[in-house]
Design a protein around this ligand. Structure first.
Ligand code: SR1
Ligand code: MG
Length: 415
């Protein structure tokens, strides 16, 4: 039966696994174990032995953030494992290596990434990382293209879709926490700045915004386009100055391409709006400019790589080459690509706006804002982010370039 690990029980339980012993160190009694999980859902341990170190991630039968009053199935670990293996195949080197998976114990033993830190932490600290836009843009384009009917054998994609369709409880979290709860007085909501009460009431009375959020929820739930990471925010990415790895795809399921891209860009924009709150040790002008460059570069890398894959790897049943290039109609294939990218762009703005809102109004907040000690300053950063989120979600069909969005972000930030 399932048993949650502890610092004390882990060496005994995993030390019996020969392959792990070989890798970490044969004498498990010498393993040093720390529990480091600070996420919303799981236990995470770092295990250091005589040979090397590893990370052990174990799902709990409930939501760690809330407690056992909110049960959550252990099978999320199964989906995380299968998402990691697909991401590694589609974007090699972008996720941690897996050493061991135990479905019954809902645990994954994986590569210990060191000296990596969580990207969100690095951005709060004002670190300008040179490679994140390229690395994340490539990761998204490769996993999202290669997990879709543009690339996969459709029989395999449909079987995979059925497999991940069972990740229903984690989809349910997103469907409620991201798309609905922020827009009414849901029980689990908590905005921590009472200074925002007026604006929050305005947003909850904003018919256009609520209709848009529901249209996006519909898209999220009904458009099973590709295998998503499902929770691609800056807390799901680990970095050094030169390396970037995506972690934690337990929310993986088949959904719209634009969801991952929108959630990710939203987290860069939130980092941007929170910088004013982290200026106690010096100006963040350069960091703000950097973050806007990162959003533009990420989108541009994504577009370029997605387009390249479209031209070179379109082996699936969608927009078959036999309809276009094979008949000498390269322009037709380009036209279809433009349409798809235009759709992704419009939808990602919606998902981004909604993601910004839920991180301020809903249950699961962001350290970017939460670590701002001065309550008025925090509320002012959050208010600007909320206005920005509303604007891009509601006006997404009228916004045509990332430069436009970034100009708007800079204008709101300076208000
Ligand atoms: C109850 S889970 C809250 C949030 O944490 C995860 O990281 C997801 O973002 C989820 O929405
Ligand atoms: Mg997570």
């Amino acid at each position: 039966p399932f048993e949650a690990l502890s610092v004390e029980t882990l060496p005994k339980r995993l030390g019996e696994n020969e392959a792990l012993g070989e890798r970490i160190g044969k004498d498990a009694s010498r393993w040093k174990v720390r529990e480091v999980g600070d996420g919303n859902l799981n236990l995470v341990f770092i295990v250091e032995g005589d040979h090397s170190a590893a990370v052990v991630k174990q799902a709990l039968p409930y939501v760690r953030l809330v407690g056992d009053s909110w049960p959550l199935p252990l099978k999320r670990s199964f989906f995380e494992y299968h998402a990691l293996t697909r991401q590694e195949a589609r974007a090699p080197g972008s996720v941690p290596a897996i050493y061991h998976f135990d479905q019954a114990q809902a645990l994954i033993v994986m590569e210990y990434l060191s000296p990596h830190v969580i990207l969100r932490r690095a951005l709060i600290d004002g670190r300008e990382l040179p490679n994140i836009a390229r690395d994340i843009g490539l990761f998204m384009a490769r996993t999202l293209f290669r997990g879709s009917d543009l690339s996969m054998v459709t029989k395999e994609r449909k079987a995979d879709l059925a497999l991940f369709a069972d990740n229903v409880e984690l989809c349910d979290i997103t469907e409620n926490l991201v798309f609905s709860d922020p827009y009414f007085e849901a029980e689990m909501n908590r905005h921590t700045s009472p200074q925002l009460d007026g604006l929050v009431a305005e947003l909850r009375a904003d018919r256009n915004l609520k209709v848009e959020a529901q249209r996006l929820k519909h898209l999220f739930a009904a458009n099973a386009e590709t295998l998503l990471h499902g929770d691609l925010h800056s807390g799901s990415i680990m970095v050094t100055d030169t390396e970037t790895r995506m972690i934690d795809p337990e929310f993986a399921f088949y959904g719209p391409v634009a969801f991952d891209v929108g959630m990710l860009l939203a987290n860069f924009w939130m980092a941007f709006f929170s910088q004013r709150g982290h200026e106690d040790k010096g100006s963040r002008d350069s960091m703000r400019a950097y973050l806007l460059r990162v959003t533009a570069e990420t989108w541009s890398v994504f577009r370029a790589e997605f387009s390249d894959l479209w031209r070179t790897e379109r082996t699936g049943m969608l927009y078959q080459k036999s309809l276009f290039e094979d008949q000498g109609d390269r322009l037709g294939a380009e036209q279809a690509l433009d349409h798809m990218l235009a759709g992704i762009w419009t939808d990602l703005l919606g998902f981004a706006g909604i993601e910004v809102h839920r991180r301020i109004l809903g249950l699961a907040h962001n350290a970017d804002f939460e670590t701002i000690a001065d309550a008025d300053l925090r509320a002012s950063c959050e208010a600007k982010a909320l206005k920005f989120g509303r604007h891009i979600a509601v006006n997404r069909r009228q916004i045509h370039s990332i430069d436009e969005v970034n100009t708007l972000a800079a204008l709101i930030e300076q208000e």
